[in-house]
Design a protein around this ligand. Sequence first.
Ligand SMILES: [Zn+2]
Ligand SMILES: [Zn+2]
Length: 253
Amino acid sequence: MEKIYMIPVNDAYSSDCDCPLCALSKKAEENELDYYLGPSLMEPDTRKITNKSGFCPEHLGKLNRREANRLGLGLMLHTHLKDVKEDISKDIESAIPSKASLFKGRSSDYKNKLIQAADKIDRRTMMCPICEKMNNAMTHYPDVITYMFLHDNDFKERFLNARSHCLPHTAVLLRAASRLSQNDAADFVSALYENNTKYFYPLIDDVEWFTLKFDYRNNDKPWGNSKNAIQRAMRFLAADRSDFDEKQSGNKK
Ligand SMILES: [Zn+2]
Ligand SMILES: [Zn+2]
């Protein structure tokens, strides 16, 4: 098992987070954002990729919010826009249907051309080297986690004591367990189930208490763990995203 993946896994399971796989994904993303806003943005090899790919909508937003290396970002966007123009402008132009006339008749060919041009634009706007590298890292981590769980007792302890694993990442770990022997899968999934329920079931009560706090009779009663129950429920259901950050919602009810 490769050490380069084991170190970040250990770090994530030692950190204070709702889901270590969310933490790993976030870390991989942060590294890539740093990389693409750093000096590499000007390196010919990187530029060759980003000129072609640009970034997906999510990561364009995250690059923008960093407010760093505006010049590099501008230069990259300039060459990327030119590349996209070369690639798709002609397709749009040639997709303009000719008017049906008495002599020419109607043809349904124009529909295919329009859809092809639309599909090409969709493919281009979804290309993203950050997503690609994150997906690549995230395909390795689940097998590293099951390996470490089965071979490293300290890690097994950390796994059991993790606060939770969100539902999307529970699914990822179940798939990793399907690649284990039956006995190993039995040990791993029992631990995952135990870890999952100890967070999942109280979370339902926490969200309920959040709603009950709107009742004036409960005004003076303590919040308990409910203050950020909405965001925690969202993170649990959908994995961590910056939209679910308590800071974004002002942590108000
Ligand atoms: Zn997660
Ligand atoms: Zn992306």
